[in-house]
Write a protein that binds this ligand. Sequence first.
Ligand SMILES: Cc1ncc(COP(=O)(O)OP(=O)(O)O)c(N)n1
Ligand code: 3NM
Ligand code: MG
Length: 210
Amino acid sequence: MKLLDLKDRLKLYVILDRRLGRGVPLCDQARLAIQGGATAIQLRDKRMQGRDFYRAALAIKEICKEKGVLFIVNDRLDVALTAGADGVHLGQEDLPLEAAEKIAPEGFIIGISVRTPDQAIEAERKGADYLGVGDVFGTSSKPDAKTIGIEGLKEVCVNTKLPCVAIGGIGVHNVKQALQAGAVGVAVISAVISQKDIAGAARTLRSLVS
Ligand SMILES: Cc1ncc(COP(=O)(O)OP(=O)(O)O)c(N)n1
Ligand SMILES: Cc1nc(C(=O)O)sc1CCOP(=O)(O)O
Ligand SMILES: [Mg+2]
């Protein structure tokens, strides 16, 4: 995928979450987020058994494919590849990028989490396609996330040519700040998935990032 296309597809990146989703099934979370204008969906679940995670990935892939929305699987390259996802998202403690690249086919997207310019430079050198940069504003959705602030986001963005997606505590009140700091888009859980009206929340955020 060309960098320009990818940038557009990372504008509103919604991460599904069973725990924060107020009982709404993952597939419905995906459908509603897409209805509201999500440009990318990530399947992220730390507790699901591999088989269930794979089945969920297959189902969500179909929903995303039908609507032309990017579908990324968190952590699990095996599941991303076998379910036919567009890509995988890997953190600093996950499978190393160079290992993922050994088996990733041409065009398969690899996103890497970074919190410092050095990590961004390394990920770019090793061939990452985009960066997830955070925790920007402080989040309660991921207890071990370390906040870098808006200055931390800016520092990463100016030190890489890769598209940066801001993550962590992002909502309607600060999305513009994240874009002004250099992010091409925002990744959110609670600002969309925890809301009573998932589609409406996504629509509002999308109007702010477009
Ligand atoms: C878009 C995006 N950015 C960052 C992350 C965080 O990834 P990671 O650091 O591996 O942490 P977990 O999500 O696996 O807990 C992400 N998932 N997506
Ligand atoms: C999954 C994740 N990763 C983060 C990081 O900083 O790497 S913050 C985060 C959770 C983002 O959820 P919310 O939009 O509810 O703050
Ligand atoms: Mg991870």
